[in-house]
Design a protein around this ligand. Structure first.
Ligand SMILES: [Zn+2]
Length: 189
């Protein structure tokens, strides 16, 4: 898992992150007809879009706050391992719990079993593909939310008028989404 995760991250997370941040590179930016809004939000800012959804920027990525809260809740670790009932260690067991919903010891047994059954590779390829599917969905959601942003100004809670000048060219976006999804699909095993 760690190895696959690393491979995926090294090659792709930077690219996806850049896409999501609108850093398409000059050539790509022109081709999707995107100009960044005058008012840039920075890391940690919280603001509401015209459709009433609340956004923030975390790790350089614009995210819907409702989604973040959900993700946070999913990562709260119980005191005992749901599988072997032993007490779990925040530092040692947490990464395994996040992914597998059981402790490191249970993971080791699980891995041995997969290897013994010759299913190890298949299992991890499957995980890799699921990660890619979720990246594709996140990317589509992002584009969708970007398309729904309006160019007309709106009044923020603080009473400031905010205007989005950045607007995507819809036809170009379809092409661009297709290309990106194809690229992500090609990483599947
Ligand atoms: Zn356990």
């Amino acid at each position: 898992m760690t190895q696959l995760k690393k491979e995926f991250q090294k090659k792709d997370v930077e690219r996806i992150r850049n896409l999501v941040q609108g850093k398409y590179g000059e050539k790509t930016r022109e081709s999707v007809g995107y100009t960044p809004p005058d008012e840039q939000h920075k890391e940690g800012d919280i603001w509401e879009s015209r459709d009433g959804r609340t956004w923030t920027i975390k790790d350089g990525i614009k995210q819907n706050i409702t989604k973040l809260d959900k993700a946070k809740k999913a990562h709260v670790m119980p005191l005992f391992c749901p599988k072997c009932k032993k007490i779990m260690d925040q530092r040692v067991d947490k990464p395994y719990y996040n992914t597998y919903k059981f402790c490191l010891n249970c993971y080791a047994k699980f891995e041995d079993k997969l290897k013994a059954e010759g299913k190890y590779e298949e299992y991890f390829n499957n995980i890799n593909n699921k990660v890619i599917d979720s990246r594709i969905q996140d990317f589509k959601d992002f584009v969708e939310s970007k398309l729904n942003e309006s160019n007309t100004g709106h009044v923020t809670e603080q009473g400031d008028v905010e205007t989005w000048h950045g607007k995507l060219n819809v036809e170009r976006v379809d092409e661009y989404v297709k290309e990106t999804v194809e690229y992500l699909e090609s990483l599947k095993k």
